[in-house]
Design a protein around this ligand. Structure first.
Ligand code: ZN
Length: 156
């Protein structure tokens, strides 16, 4: 299996059976994201502990395979990460998707790196980039407790 096939497999698997789908009771941060161009909607729920570490994260939503896979992979990776690590990982991912660069983070293992890289193919398709980055922008919003919905069409 070559890398491209492996990436496709990962996206299909996460798109079909997203991890961390659902909601939990005692979340203390949340945010909604909307990508009207594709019809993707996500609502991310977080619980951060006293050290600002993410102790739990789940999401509700519906959308295309790219959005579902990206949200699934993201929630999987963010569990037990500190605020600093979360921010670093978000920056790293967004740079990788938009600037065609490699992942730089040293806080993730090879398996997780491959999962993130599986989404790198979208950078050739600007519409798909919005699908892949929607949950990540929504997580930024949730972490900073910004009011209102993240909308890919209102991004500057
Ligand atoms: Zn989409």
């Amino acid at each position: 299996m070559d890398l491209k096939e492996l990436y496709q497999e990962i996206i299909l698997e996460h798109g079909k059976n997203p991890k961390n789908l659902g909601k939990f009771e005692n979340f203390n941060k949340d945010a909604k994201g909307n990508n009207p161009l594709c019809g993707d909607k996500v609502h991310i729920y977080l619980k951060t502990d006293e050290n600002k570490k993410i102790s739990d994260i789940k999401f509700e939503g519906e959308g295309c395979a790219i959005t579902m896979a990206s949200t699934s992979i993201m929630t999987e990776l963010m569990k037990e990460k500190s605020e600093t690590e979360v921010k670093e990982l978000i920056d790293d991912f967004l740079n990788m998707i938009k600037e065609n660069s490699e992942l730089k983070s040293k806080n993730i293992n090879e398996d997780d790196k491959i999962k993130l890289m599986s989404l790198s193919g979208v950078k050739k398709y600007p519409m798909r980039v919005k699908c892949a980055t929607l949950p990540w922008h929504t997580l930024i919003s949730a972490m900073s407790n910004k009011p209102g919905e993240v909308n890919t069409e209102k991004e500057e």
